[in-house]
Write a protein that binds this ligand. Structure first.
Ligand code: ATP
Ligand code: MG
Ligand code: MG
Length: 384
């Protein structure tokens, strides 16, 4: 049916789940990453490229062997993507990737398009970092969040500056990176919406609640607990408006803060499938991965396919204190629950590394919470 080949920069867990979706439609996906990366493990053909998605030469090679190029990570060489976009379709657009991969540029762009974001201050090029941070403290008050503009994921790139005493430690931790500071968002909950941008417009998946621990996503709840339907709709509308401002097709993750006064601000955008959309594999008829492929290839998406089938909870399985802690959590889930277990084939576990996830569906959120509690307890125990 589909003869076009998709090239993807990055072969981690998101690439792997994208391939699970592609395999069902006989779509060949060429992966650029190291050999035996999670995505390549489940995809046997001659089209994969060995190398780094930051390597311009390799990106060019991938483009030459693909019809549509996409990403599972935004920290890529957008210079080369711009160049190859003359000969091959790049989705979402290289320009969108370039703006989003720099979190400060991303937020400036959102502000220009009248999307509410946390207030921020540029710190790049300030000669005296120590003094610059103390100035931020005076302007924003404490705590504030120090953030790396680039190469940030799973909180690696964030430092919460709680008091003026933290300034030297913050500089020590992030001082070598391009920085900006963000006003503390005193949120009552974090929400996220996966948005699908197609040739015809912008669609959304449901609003979910995300719970982060140590700046890493731990849980998602779909629907969010105790949030009025009207607020959920507002989050979807804000997410749609934010993504409509960018060029290109595909799925986008929009992370938001629900503030104490019920207003919403965008935290950040991911130009690709996202952790907060894993639940869609089981909880929606069309998953975020399926939706991404269809959007970039102009394959139809019936909007009802993005609706929630049942309340669901997704729990991330991170590497723990021992190399097999994550496998123990997976075994427990298989033994005690009807949840779907996903392991990513990453090999060695490091503490905090995303090794897999579990999605549990039930007829009510209360029932889902009851069933998943032993697994949350096990995750908390493994952290010690
Ligand atoms: P991801 O893995 O989602 O790309 P990241 O490393 O880019 O994450 P952020 O999304 O900026 O990091 O922040 C991670 C978490 O830190 C947020 O989900 C939130 O819990 C907290 N956080 C970030 N910015 C702020 C802020 N301005 N005020 C309060 N908390 C914040
Ligand atoms: Mg991020
Ligand atoms: Mg984030």
């Amino acid at each position: 049916m589909e003869k076009r080949k998709v090239g993807v920069l990055g072969g981690g867990q998101l690439g792997r789940m994208l391939i699970e979706a592609a395999n069902r439609l006989n779509i060949q996906v060429n992966v650029l990453d190291i050999d035996k990366s999670p995505a390549k493990q489940i995809s046997s053909h001659d089209g994969h490229i060995t190398g780094s998605f930051k390597d311009a030469k390799k990106v060019k090679e991938l483009a030459e062997s693909s019809d549509v190029v996409t990403v599972e990570i935004e920290h890529v060489d957008t210079q080369m993507l711009e160049e190859v976009s003359k000969d091959v379709v790049v989705e979402p657009s290289w320009n969108t990737l370039r703006i989003i991969k720099d979190k400060f540029a991303q937020k400036e762009y959102l502000k220009e398009h009248s999307i509410a974001v946390a207030e921020s201050l540029d710190l790049e090029g300030k000669a005296d970092g120590d003094q610059a941070l103390r100035d931020v403290g005076r302007e924003f008050g404490y705590p504030f969040m120090l953030k790396s503009k680039t190469e940030a994921y799973d909180g690696k790139g964030n430092f919460a500056v709680m008091t003026e005493e933290d300034v030297p430690a913050a500089i020590k931790s992030l001082g070598a990176r391009p920085l900006y500071a963000e006003k503390w968002a005193d949120f009552k909950m974090e929400l996220a919406v996966m948005v699908v941008k197609t040739k015809d417009g912008v669609l959304t998946f449901p609003t979910v609640e995300t719970v982060h621990e140590d700046s890493i996503c731990k849980l998602t709840y779909a629907p969010p607990r105790g949030v009025e339907r009207a607020t959920q709709t507002r989050a979807q509308e804000l997410a749609k408006k934010a993504i409509a401002a960018f060029e290109g097709k595909g799925v986008f993750g929009v992370e938001m803060f629900l503030l104490k006064d019920d207003s919403l601000v965008v935290n950040e955008i991911a130009p690709r499938p996202h952790n907060s959309g894993h639940y869609t594999i089981e909880a929606c008829k069309i998953s975020q991965y399926q939706a991404h492929l269809r959007a970039i290839l102009d394959i139809p998406i019936v909007p009802e396919g993005l609706e929630l089938i049942q309340p669901s909870i997704m729990l991330n399985i991170l590497g723990g204190q021992t190399t097999d802690s994550h496998e123990k959590i997976a075994s427990l889930a298989l033994e005690k629950t009807t949840a779907s277990v996903h392991l990513y084939g990453k090999g060695d576990a490091r503490p905090g590394r995303k090794m897999g996830h579990i999605t549990l569906l039930a007829s009510t959120m209360a029932e889902a919470e009851r069933q998943i509690q032993p697994l949350i307890d096990a995750v908390d125990n493994q952290k010690g």
